[in-house]
Design a protein around this ligand. Sequence first.
Ligand SMILES: Cc1cc2nc3c(=O)[nH]c(=O)nc-3n(C[C@H](O)[C@H](O)[C@H](O)COP(=O)(O)OP(=O)(O)OC[C@H]3O[C@@H](n4cnc5c(N)ncnc54)[C@H](O)[C@@H]3O)c2cc1C
Length: 85
Amino acid sequence: MRVPYGDGWALVGDAGMHQDPWSGRGIDMAAVHAAILADELAPALAGDASVADALLRYHERRDEHGLELWRQTVALADDLSQLTA
Ligand SMILES: Cc1cc2nc3c(=O)[nH]c(=O)nc-3n(C[C@H](O)[C@H](O)[C@H](O)COP(=O)(O)OP(=O)(O)OC[C@H]3O[C@@H](n4cnc5c(N)ncnc54)[C@H](O)[C@@H]3O)c2cc1C
């Protein structure tokens, strides 16, 4: 898990929120997080908002979308036999 932005850069998908593949949600996560980033950056790149604020909102929205699932995935990945119990 990484803070997904800095000065002039942002991370989407596994680069920012990597998890065990068992949950089968990595592709969806990467696509949704890329869409959130684009949604937040578009007004900033048009000059209607600050890029720094856009990246901060991207971080917040990425975590709102994915953090709980990431926690569950990481917790269960320690012992996948729980899935077949
Ligand atoms: C075995 C396995 C099974 C999985 N099964 C599922 C599944 O059923 N369903 C699901 O949703 N997800 C699954 N996933 C997870 C899913 O594959 C990933 O979460 C998803 O591909 C992440 O997309 P991404 O674009 O963030 O990263 P990636 O798909 O890894 O794309 C990153 C790309 O960047 C390239 N790259 C890296 N470094 C550089 C560089 N320096 N310069 C240029 N290019 C670079 C890489 O070659 C790669 O093509 C599985 C993963 C694994 C390993």
